[in-house]
Design a protein around this ligand. Structure first.
Ligand SMILES: [Zn+2]
Length: 267
């Protein structure tokens, strides 16, 4: 090997090392950019309208978690992940104060709600002891009766996995004994965990909507994302696909029921 060849090889060697160093710098910089991009991608997107209306399969949707059976009356219940994590903290705090919270209902999708609604609408489930299909023939009047305590499919806060029913479906239960202890504890502490009672008594403060439900609690940080999407995109005309859906426009489901909640739950 002559001197020229050695010089050429040496020059090539130096050139390669420089290129290597450059590529190392590049490869160091690129992942940083990728991390930033992927953090941005992993920000929870605002809910789509289908999700607002309960077109969700909770077991296969990674925004939701299965509720451990020790927190609920049944094993196959689901909640929005963040709401569930906060519920667990609330459950533990309540437990240390001698209060036992039991989830009686959680996420319910459109089809599940359609079952509840149509059984009442068609008389299979009695409402106040009556078969409404016989007792109230006029569709809008019949819908209003059901709407005292049940939502039309596509409009329930339970669709969002952020709302839970606790311990009992009777207001009376929460007015004495253990029930009163539970309710008093929730009124004092639920807000510390992001939960609010949307269905307070109908009156001056809340003129429209469902009747009072002392058992129904909503995890606001996520629920309000769904509520805002409903405010932007959901109309009464979109609420359809079930028996009695012709009542959605006359009763003004969006304004009177979806937004007919305790004002302090809107923030
Ligand atoms: Zn409820």
């Amino acid at each position: 090997m002559n001197k020229l060849s050695i010089f050429i090889l040496f020059t090539l060697f130096i050139a390669c090392q420089t290129a290597n160093t450059d590529s190392k710098i590049e490869s160091k910089e690129k992942p940083t950019e990728k991390v930033l991009v992927s953090q941005k991608d992993s920000m929870p997107p605002s809910p789509d309208l289908g999700s607002v209306m309960g077109k969700i399969d909770y077991p296969t949707d990674n925004r939701f978690s299965k509720i451990e059976s020790k927190y609920a009356d049944r094993a196959d219940r689901f909640m929005h992940k963040e709401a569930y994590q906060s519920f667990i903290k609330m459950y533990e705090a309540a437990k240390s104060d001698g209060i036992n919270l039991v989830i009686r209902s959680a996420a319910r999708n459109f089809n599940y709600q359609k079952g509840i609604w149509e059984r009442k609408y068609n008389g299979k489930t009695k409402v106040e002891g009556k078969d409404l299909s016989k007792a109230i023939s006029e569709p809008v009047k019949r819908a209003r009766k059901i709407l005292e305590y049940s939502s039309m499919p596509g409009t329930s806060r339970h669709h969002w996995g952020t709302d839970i029913d606790l311990n009992s479906f009777e207001n009376d239960f929460f007015e004495s004994g253990d029930g009163l202890k539970i309710y008093t504890w929730l009124q004092k502490h639920a807000h510390e965990y992001g939960f609010c009672q949307p269905y307070t008594p109908i009156g001056d403060e809340r003129p429209n909507g469902y009747f009072e439900e002392k058992w129904h609690w909503s995890y606001l940080p996520i629920a309000n994302q769904f509520l805002n999407k409903a405010k932007d995109s959901l109309t009464n005309q979109m609420i359809k696909g079930f028996d009695g859906d012709e009542a959605a426009v006359p009763v003004d489901m969006v304004n009177n029921y979806i937004f007919g909640i305790n004002h302090s739950c809107k923030h």
